[in-house]
Design a protein around this ligand. Structure first.
Ligand code: GDP
Length: 435
């Protein structure tokens, strides 16, 4: 599992510039595949072959300098709870401000690695000025300039160095892992409790995941899986989650840890920004997704049919539109078993392997029927394709001129794959490579 890095600091010190720099390379690739950028505050990065996740905690406590100290405090406490390593960004131009002191005070108590990163250090003079940051009591610091990128290499080296040695704790049984995610009060706990019913479930404390979402081994209705419960964490948390960002950030670890995410939304509120952020977080991580429109018992069926409701959600999911959407009630237990079945189906979809011969047989016909459009008078030929032996469904098509195969055609291929095989709820990657 990836280490999680949180960037903290008061507004306008350059957190988002650093964040963008860290995720840049990776993100460019991801975006060219999906054609969209969704979340500006969470991304994947990689340095020296180590992949990690980055969260810009400033993303939602944005803008003005008069952000309340309380907000910063929450931001930092959340980072302390959720991240493996914290990067604390300060600004050499401004020197130490009272708010920096506040942050430093919180961070001094932390046992997790904290990297103090002094931004805007782009000349020797400022290199000298940076010395004052020793006064924050956080030990050594790293100087950099987020605009030009100078110094970020050293910072990244230190970051990788600081990652905790995680004993690769493999979950013993190879059970599917389902994460129940969603905004506060959507009904996650109610859903889990309703499923568990009278049976006392077995809480398996898997070593090494103590800080993680609570893992519950679940064996009911003939299904066996681990539930990654984010609702439980919130209960313990000291931070009151009144900002959108918090439920999103709380979901990061659970989502990264899961095979399929059960996104619970509140029918009376609709598919809101925060729900969408969590959805795209799952999509970005190439996890399976099932959407449960909960509290359906509260919706006046005369004014809103499930079909209309579903259509509205699907519009927001474009182009990833074949996600199962179920209308449930944790209260009346309506369709909960269906929800579980759908989740298991998505899990199966995600791990299915299509044999190379079957795949070619179907896809080459599809390609012949509608070949990639010629570019600059040249014809693109695809002669061979296959599913890669990866964790999530990925398909590669070998072409003579791969650079001429553009996004719309990849979309066509993806649609054809989805037409013929059931990948509902599962993100797919399509690659075109030179033969
Ligand atoms: P969580 O924060 O996502 O875990 O949400 P909870 O499970 O704590 O539920 C929040 C509130 O919504 C509680 O008061 C529940 O009783 C209520 N609730 C949850 N599911 C349903 C439902 O299906 N129907 C109705 N009417 N209320 C629900």
């Amino acid at each position: 599992m990836n280490n999680i890095v949180a960037i903290v600091g008061r507004p306008n010190v350059g957190k988002s510039t650093l964040f963008n720099r860290l995720i840049q390379r990776r993100e460019a690739i991801v975006d060219s595949v999906s054609g969209v950028t969704r979340d500006r505050n969470y991304g994947k990065s990689e340095w020296n072959g180590k992949e990690f996740s980055v969260i810009d905690t400033g993303g939602y406590v944005r803008g003005s300098d008069d952000v309340f100290e309380g907000e910063i405090r929450k931001q930092v406490e959340l980072a302390i709870d959720e991240a493996d390593v914290i990067i604390f960004v300060v600004d050499v131009e401004e020197g130490i401000t009272p708010m920096d002191e506040t942050v430093a005070k919180l961070l001094r108590k932390v046992t997790k690695p904290v990297l103090l990163a002094v931004n805007k250090v782009d000349n020797a003079m400022r290199e000298k000025d940076a010395v004052e940051f020793y006064n924050l009591g956080l030990g050594d610091y790293y100087t950099f300039a987020s605009i030009s990128g100078s110094g970020t290499g050293d910072l990244l080296d230190a970051l990788i160095e600081a990652f905790p040695e995680k004993p690769e704790v493999e979950v013993k049984e190879d059970l599917p892992r389902f994460a129940v995610v969603g905004r506060p009060n959507a009904g996650k706990s109610s859903f889990i409790n309703a499923l568990i019913g009278q049976d006392r479930y077995i809480v398996t404390d898997i070593a090494g995941t103590t800080r993680d979402a609570i893992d519950t081994k679940f064996d009911r209705f003939g299904f066996e899986f681990n539930l990654v419960d984010t609702a439980g964490i919130r209960r313990k948390a000291k931070v009151k989650e009144d900002l959108e960002f918090y439920s999103v950030m709380r979901s990061v670890r659970a989502i990264e840890h899961a095979d399929v995410c059960i996104l619970v939304i509140d029918a009376t509120r609709g598919f809101e920004g925060q729900d969408q952020s969590i959805f795209w977080l799952a999509e970005k991580n190439r996890k399976g997704v099932v959407i449960l429109v909960n509290k359906w018992d509260l919706v006046e069926k005369d004014t809103m049919s499930s079909r209309d409701y579903e259509e509205k959600i699907r519009k927001e999911l474009m182009p990833f539109t074949d996600v199962p959407i179920l209308f449930v009630s944790a209260l009346t237990k309506q369709r909960l078993l269906k929800a579980l079945e759908a989740t298991v189906q998505v899990f199966e979809n995600r791990k299915q392997r299509i044999s190379t011969s079957k795949f070619n047989e179907y896809m080459l016909k599809v390609i012949e029927a509608y070949p990639p459009p010629a570019m600059k008078g040249k014809y693109v030929k695809i002669k061979y394709c296959m599913q890669l032996p990866t964790q999530t469904p990925q398909f590669v098509f070998f072409a003579n001129l791969p650079q001429y195969v553009k996004e719309p055609y990849k979309r066509y291929l993806e649609n054809k794959i989805r037409d013929n095989w059931d990948f509902a709820g599962v993100p797919i990657d399509i690659y075109i490579r030179e033969k």
